[in-house]
Structure formats: C-alpha cells, structure tokens
Design a protein around this ligand. Sequence first.
Ligand SMILES: *[C@@H]1O[C@H](CO)[C@@H](O)[C@H](O)[C@H]1NC(C)=O
Ligand SMILES: *[C@@H]1O[C@H](CO)[C@@H](O)[C@H](O)[C@H]1NC(C)=O
Ligand SMILES: *[C@@H]1O[C@H](CO)[C@@H](O)[C@H](O)[C@H]1NC(C)=O
Ligand SMILES: *[C@@H]1O[C@H](CO)[C@@H](O)[C@H](O)[C@H]1NC(C)=O
Ligand SMILES: *[C@@H]1O[C@H](CO)[C@@H](O)[C@H](O)[C@H]1NC(C)=O
Length: 335
Amino acid sequence: MAIGTYVCDLATLVFALLLFSPSVLLSVDVRVFVKYPLPPGTTGPEAISFTEYGVGPFTGISDGSIIKLNPLLGTFEYFAYAAPNKNKTLCDGNSDPSLYSKCGRPLGSAFNGSDYLYFCDVYFGLNGVGPAGGQATQLVTSAGGQPVYYCNAVAVDPINGTVYFLDTSQRFKNILQMVLANDRSGRLLSYEPATGNVKVLENGLAGPAGLAISNDGSYLLISVIITQTIQKFYLTGPKANTLETLPTSILRPGNIERIGSRDEFLVPENIGPVVHYAIKIDGNGIVLGNESIAGPYTNVSYLRDLQPLGDSIFIGSEFDTFVGATASLLGLLSL
Ligand SMILES: *[C@@H]1O[C@H](CO)[C@@H](O)[C@H](O)[C@H]1NC(C)=O
Ligand SMILES: *[C@@H]1O[C@H](CO)[C@@H](O)[C@H](O)[C@H]1NC(C)=O
Ligand SMILES: *[C@@H]1O[C@H](CO)[C@@H](O)[C@H](O)[C@H]1NC(C)=O
Ligand SMILES: *[C@@H]1O[C@H](CO)[C@@H](O)[C@H](O)[C@H]1NC(C)=O
Ligand SMILES: *[C@@H]1O[C@H](CO)[C@@H](O)[C@H](O)[C@H]1NC(C)=O
C-alpha cells in the first residue's frame, strides 16, 4: 500500500508531502546500506518477502512483475506476474501508473511453506504462483459479493496454510484520496486453499495496509494508515474472531512483518518526508525498539516495508529504484 502509489504525478506528490509535518531532523548517519537496483525503468518495491529457507528477496514493482534477487549477481530477475496475457513488450521496464490496469501492480506477498507464493495485485486480486514463476493463477477477485478492489497485503497461517489478506479500500485505489475521504471501507479477508472458500472476517477498517500473523497462527496484526494504529484480530482462543485496537500509535505506518519465529514485529514509522524509524513491537503493541533509518532513505517520502532476514533488514519503498538492506539495526533483531 502506499500514499501516492497510484498517482505519481508531481502535483500529487507535492500535496502528499504537504501533509507531512514540517519538522526535519538531520543527523549524522552511521548506518551501512546495500542497494540492489531494480530492473531499468522500474520503481516501487513496496513489499518484500522470502521463502521459509531465506531465498529472495522477492518484491513487486511498477511494471506489474514480481522479481527475485539473484544473490550471486546482486541483480533482480523477472519471476512472476498476475496480468492475464501480459504484453511484456508494453509492460516490462515501465513505471507509468496509467499502465497498471493492463500490466498489473503487485504489492504484498507471502510464501506458504512450500515455496508457493501468494501475492496481491491491486488490479488482479489475490494470486498464487509456484516456484517456476511465470503467469500466476488468479485465486480471488471478490469476497462477500463485493469485488476485492484494492488487494494489498498477505499473510499465510504457518499451521494450516489459510491465507489472510487485505482489501485496503472498496472505494479508492489511491491512498491519498482514501486518507482525505477518511475512508472506512477496508476489509480483512481469508482464503482456504483446499476448498477455495473466501470469507470476510472484518469490514469497516480505516485503511488497513500491512498484515502479519503470529508464529502459532493465533492472531493477526494489521497496520492501519488512517487511524495510525495497530489492530489485532484473534484467530483462536476465547477472543477468536474479535478485533482490538492496540494502545500504540505509529505515525504513517507501513507494512508489518514478523521477526523470524518470535512474536515480535517490525513496522516503519514515517514522521516526515526525511525522517523514518524502524519500530519493533510485541503482539500487544508494546514498543520494544525504535531506530532511526536514514542513509539512502533520507530523501524518500515513505518507507513501506522492513523485512528481517537473519542479521539484515530489507527495506522497501514505492518511491525507490532499489531494494535496500542494512545489518546496522541489529539492536532490533537481537533478543
Ligand atoms: C504489445 O505492445 C506493443 C508495444 O505497445 C505493441 O506494439 C504490440 O502490438 C502489443 N502486442 C499485443 C499482442 O498486443
Ligand atoms: C502450498 O501451496 C501449494 C499449492 O496450493 C500446495 O501444493 C502445497 O501443499 C502448499 N504447502 C503448504 C505447506 O501449505
Ligand atoms: C486454520 O486455522 C484458523 C484459526 O487459526 C481457522 O479459522 C481455520 O478454519 C483453519 N483452517 C483449516 C483449513 O483448518
Ligand atoms: C520513535 O522515536 C522517535 C524519535 O525519538 C519518536 O519521535 C517516535 O515517536 C518514536 N516512535 C514510537 C512508536 O515510539
Ligand atoms: C537529498 O536531496 C537533495 C536535493 O535534491 C540532495 O542534494 C541530497 O544529496 C539528497 N540526499 C540524499 C542522501 O540522497
């Protein structure tokens, strides 16, 4: 998800920046970043995922593709896409939002434990693709009788393989417009791979953007843009099927990702156009860590994803032409 992902013209971007607080803190940056460049002409690695064996990163980009890093070369290779009969001549290498409806725009993704990748495409709903990649299988385009209008983030139940995903808004594909309208049409959905059953678990969410599942599959955490909160949806136990708002406020939160097999999670906080923090929370929303992120992200308006792998955190933003990685935030990953 993204403020301005679908309207990358300058006027809108400037307007989006005006919404940000004017306070700008400059500090000496001591963090070391590695940048993995996207294919030429493309932008927007909004969400990052790895297989359970740490293969990746995989990310969705502006030309409608899911790409995969070749770690030996340090470059990305084309992996998969959702658009039916995608015209690669037209689509590959482009970053023109007016082509998204033809070429697709993949956002969040998650593997299921057998290298099967589920991903959201804003224009083509929930999709799945095996390890060979290529044209994905379209799995879900509507839920509860309504189109999945803005498929955004995915999490897979580690115990039984149920797929949870977000329909960020049923009215807007543009997050800035969604925020200005104070939209409350977001939904939490589930998909059972064995039966194809799709359920609406929650309605009326205020711009749900990121989704993570606990290590034991007992709850989901949802980062919510408009209310700038984290919500918790219980899947099992006495509170099953209820939603709670946790007491933590995170300004302009991005996606939320679980740290390994611990019930700790990373969320980017975007305080202003050049000030970003990596926030670590537990399953009750208690803040366990808070580290500034600068480096190549100093001038980036929004950080969307902080995906941990081993000692590193991989960083995604729809305003970038690279995926960043840093091992300088170890404080957030240690016990
Ligand atoms: C694919 O796009 C290219 C470039 O726009 C165009 O020349 C070509 O006719 C398209 N191919 C198909 C099968 O539509
Ligand atoms: C992952 O999904 C694929 C395709 O549906 C399926 O064959 C495989 O059994 C699934 N693996 C797990 C661990 O759920
Ligand atoms: C998977 O677990 C969730 C609760 O954690 C439950 O709601 C769902 O029905 C389960 N699915 C299957 C296929 O067992
Ligand atoms: C993280 O730290 C920054 C700088 O001190 C602060 O402005 C921000 O509110 C903190 N965020 C959270 C969620 O605690
Ligand atoms: C940020 O942008 C300014 C103005 O374009 C430029 O001078 C500066 O080098 C940029 N800083 C970084 C870290 O990219």
